[in-house]
Write a new protein. Structure first.
Length: 303
């Protein structure tokens, strides 16, 4: 049986989009069929971009919004230490046994130091190409990340180093906003800059809706979401299902093996090896890039 590769499907959809744009007024296109919300899973971002291209043909590129996650979707840490799975382990450890010597004491502070010190790799070799492919179609493309604004400098450094930029495909004002803002009542400070929305771990559906509202962006007919966490896809679907917006959620699975094979003891040993040097750098050069002063076990653990 002959199969068509994701790259081939994307090329065909691009040609279809161009031919549609070049059609004459005397040829009436058939009415598009309604777009339904779906959830799919793939280990290849080409499937996601092909879907976005298909929706652009059906609905018009200006009526589609492409949303990427960062961690374990576009980029991943070079090692387990500092990865998304490391963060989830530390969160669980802090809750279940805060006196465990492997507990860093403040995972947010340590994450900041690790983002500063460590590089990131693309989740697949052509990840940047896939981002540029969908941007080249004129589809609005942004990032909605659970990272907080404190991590903006290393985040943009690693996106740029890996050939990814979103300012030209972004919604809203040029370059976004120069200061953090609280998107929802009683929420946490977030930041939208150069097409990257750093939501500080808040509900991605409500955050995306708040961003569309703040930027005065017309509600899209369809949103394509690529995220390694199903809960984030569900959050977007939950918010937009009542607004008549179709959501195509893609649960990106290429990093699943790395998540399953995460070695907590190895990560703890790596942190022990670099904890002192990172604190020394902070002591000599100052806490401008990260601050580990609060990264200690609770007082009751040190008695």
């Amino acid at each position: 049986m002959h199969t068509v590769s994701p790259t081939g499907r994307f090329t065909a959809l691009v040609l279809s989009l161009l031919l549609t744009a070049c059609g004459t007024a005397t040829v009436r296109a058939p009415a598009p069929s309604p777009v339904q919300s779906i959830v799919r899973e793939s280990a290849d971002l080409a499937d996601v971009t092909a879907d976005a291209a298909d929706l652009a043909v059906r609905l018009g590129k200006e009526h589609v919004l492409m949303v990427f996650d960062i961690d374990n979707t576009l980029l991943a840490m070079e090692q387990g230490l500092g990865s998304d799975q490391w963060y989830e382990w530390q969160k669980e450890l802090s809750s279940e046994d805060p006196c465990d010597p492997r507990n860093t004491g403040n995972r947010f502070a340590v994450q900041g130091a690790l983002f500063f010190a460590s590089a990131m790799r693309p989740t697949q070799a052509d990840a940047a190409v896939q981002v540029r492919n969908v941007q080249a179609l004129g589809i609005p493309v942004i990032v909605v990340s659970s990272r907080g604004p404190d991590y903006r400098l290393p985040t943009f450094r690693e996106l740029r180093r890996n050939g990814m930029a979103f300012s030209r495909s972004a919604i809203g004002p040029p370059n976004g906003y120069d200061k953090p803002f609280v998107p929802v009542p009683d929420g946490r400070a977030s930041r939208y800059e150069d097409g990257v929305f750093m939501t500080a771990g808040q509900h991605k559906g409500r955050m995306l809706y708040a961003l569309l509202t703040k930027t005065g962006t017309r509600m899209p007919a369809a949103i394509v979401v690529a995220d390694d966490k199903r809960k984030n896809i569900d959050a977007v679907m939950q918010t937009f299902s009542t607004l008549g917006v179709a959501v195509h959620g893609w649960r990106y699975s290429a990093e699943d093996r790395a998540v399953r094979s995460f070695d907590a003891d190895k990560a703890a040993a790596q942190w022990q090896a670099i904890d002192g040097p990172l604190r020394q750098i902070q002591h000599v050069l100052g806490p401008d890039n990260y601050d580990l002063d609060t990264a200690v076990l609770p007082a009751e653990c040190r008695k």
